[in-house]
Write a protein that binds this ligand. Structure first.
Ligand SMILES: [Fe+2]
Ligand SMILES: [Fe+2]
Length: 201
């Protein structure tokens, strides 16, 4: 597992700022609610790719499995929330995913390549954040987040491989473009704490 986490750290442009970790620890109920939304959204993104790219068998298989895993994560977060008396609720989404999606090209195959790269980055950042948070949480959440970071590391690799397939070769330039945007979204001050927000001061 350490190798997979090392790969994620090498891939991402920066570590999560300490201020964000402090925000998360001070807002654990909100963190869980937004986490539930993120798992549900991850499943939904995988399903929408399955609707759009019905001729891509590798994508269909990987996204189907991924959607099931994300829904399982969703159920696990809900169960933890229920035990803690945390009520699920609507939340405004973080600026993060929308900020990345702005750079996605509108025409295929560029669109697919970019959506898959964004997927890889979101999975990698989720993995990095689970690892950053785990040492600071109670035993139950520590175990849970450690188990999740393994899945998200695998999802990151699946997305990246599919992006290379869709592009018919390396995607290094596009990845760098998206990572530069991601860097800003992670380090620049944010207005509302979310699982993928910047630091809130
Ligand atoms: Fe997940
Ligand atoms: Fe995932």
């Amino acid at each position: 597992m350490n190798d997979a986490l090392q790969e994620i750290h090498d891939f991402l442009p920066c570590r999560t700022p300490q201020q964000w970790i402090d925000n998360a620890l001070a807002n654990q109920d909100l963190m869980l609610i937004d986490h539930a939304h993120c798992e549900k959204k991850a499943a939904s993104t995988a399903l929408s790719l399955m609707y759009r790219y019905v001729d891509n068998t590798d994508l269909l298989n990987k996204m189907s499995r991924l959607a099931r895993e994300e829904l399982r994560h969703f159920e696990q977060v809900l169960a933890i929330m229920k035990k803690r008396g945390v009520q699920y609720d609507h939340l405004t989404p973080a600026r993060y995913a929308a900020g990345l999606r702005q750079e996605v090209r509108s025409e295929d195959p560029g669109r697919l390549v970019d959506v898959l790269i964004v997927g890889a980055i979101i999975e990698a950042r989720s993995c990095e954040r689970f690892a950053a948070l785990a040492p600071h949480l109670d035993d139950k959440l520590t175990d849970f987040y450690n188990s999740l970071l393994k899945s998200e590391a695998r999802h990151y690799q699946d997305y990246l491989k599919l992006a290379e397939q869709a592009n018919g070769g390396p995607v290094t330039d596009r990845v760098q473009t998206f990572l530069a945007i991601e860097h800003g979204l992670i380090i620049e001050p944010d207005t509302e704490f979310r699982f993928h927000s910047g630091p809130v001061h």
